[in-house]
Write a protein that binds this ligand. Structure first.
Ligand code: PMV
Length: 311
């Protein structure tokens, strides 16, 4: 039996613009995890994922089903045409469709556990490349940021198509993640931004550039351990995401509540229109911000400590 776990992730700054070649910053969230366990079975290849109501033989799932595609990709990469009978069990406490990278975490956990069970463990780079293929099924035109943060389980400075750059975090800090409880598909918000960009490219290119410049400033602040300086940059990034029409009344309410309770800054995180927001919390305001988020209607609140590395 082999087992592998992968963390969730959260985007600090730069979502959406990252689809258009701009940089973004993201960090793993190890409080939530996806775990895949592979063991021998009597016959066939079985996939059991209770959270998404899947209990199927591989051959009964459409080849483009993300879980089936993950297995097919791993087998093809390992050049295994007649795999032994096995069962893959997937457990995850990462909420789906909420910007915490649940799809990428499940892919990474399954890829690692299956390859290890078949006696050919894969390196991070290959795991990442395979998980990116699956992200395309989830998202349409993903930048690849989710699979990268999750596969390496490290804070990253990410530019689409470029080799991974680890993000140095000069000083640990606390993020509070508030879930609006409204599921929203990243695929839809990415498509909506694409329509806007097609209708007025220069206007949206300017917004993407403004986001990129916030990301560069934030990267320097983080490296220097100047955490408080990140707050206003997050607030500005949220305003630009509103211009991209990917915020929502709930996300605006949650970010305002966090700021009023003492957060250095707050913004939506991920695809938007629902899903999560993040607040950057000074140590003395952690308690108050959590309470403010619950009161403003958050359906789940996670406090996470960001350090330079999770392993
Ligand atoms: O919704 P999430 O956290 O999976 O993040 C999506 C980030 C986007 O920039 C909106 C899309 C992408 O592929 O990078």
């Amino acid at each position: 039996m082999t087992s592998s776990s992968a963390p969730g992730k959260i985007i600090l700054l730069g979502e959406h613009a990252v689809v258009y070649g701009r940089p973004a910053l993201a960090v793993p969230v190890s409080q939530v995890q996806a775990t895949a366990t592979v063991q021998s079975a009597e016959a066939g290849i079985w996939i059991h994922a209770p959270q998404v109501n899947v209990q199927e033989e591989l051959s009964n799932l459409a080849p483009e089903h993300p879980l089936a595609a993950t297995v097919h990709h791993v087998l093809a990469t390992l050049h295994i045409s007649a795999p032994p009978p096995l069962q893959i069990r997937i457990e995850s406490d990462i909420p789906v469709a909420s910007g915490l990278g649940s799809g990428a975490a499940v892919s990474v956990a399954v890829i690692r556990a299956l390859a290890a069970f078949l006696g050919q463990p894969l390196d991070d780079e290959t795991v990442n490349a395979l998980a990116y293929e699956i992200e395309k099924l989830h998202h349409g035109t993903p930048s690849g940021i989710d699979n990268t943060v999750v596969a390496y389980a490290q804070p990253v400075y990410f530019v689409k198509g470029k080799p991974i750059e680890r993000l140095r975090v000069g000083k640990p800090f606390t993020l509070i993640i508030g879930d609006s409880g409204i599921p929203a598909l990243t695929r839809d918000s990415v498509a909506a931004v694409r329509r806007l960009w097609e209708s007025a490219p220069s206007r949206y290119e300017r917004i993407f550039d403004a986001i990129a410049s916030l990301v560069q400033t934030a990267r320097r602040a983080l490296e220097n351990g100047d955490i408080a300086a990140l707050g206003p940059l997050m607030n500005e990034n949220h305003a630009l995401l509103r211009d991209l029409t990917v915020s929502s009344p709930n996300l605006d309410r949650l970010t305002e509540a966090a700021r009023a309770a003492g957060a250095w800054g707050a913004k939506l995180s991920g695809g938007g229109r629902g899903g999560n927001m993040i607040a950057l919390a000074p140590p003395e305001a952690i308690e108050a911000i959590q309470q403010a988020l619950w009161q403003a209607g958050a359906k789940r609140v996670i406090v996470t400590q960001v350090t330079h590395s999770t392993h």
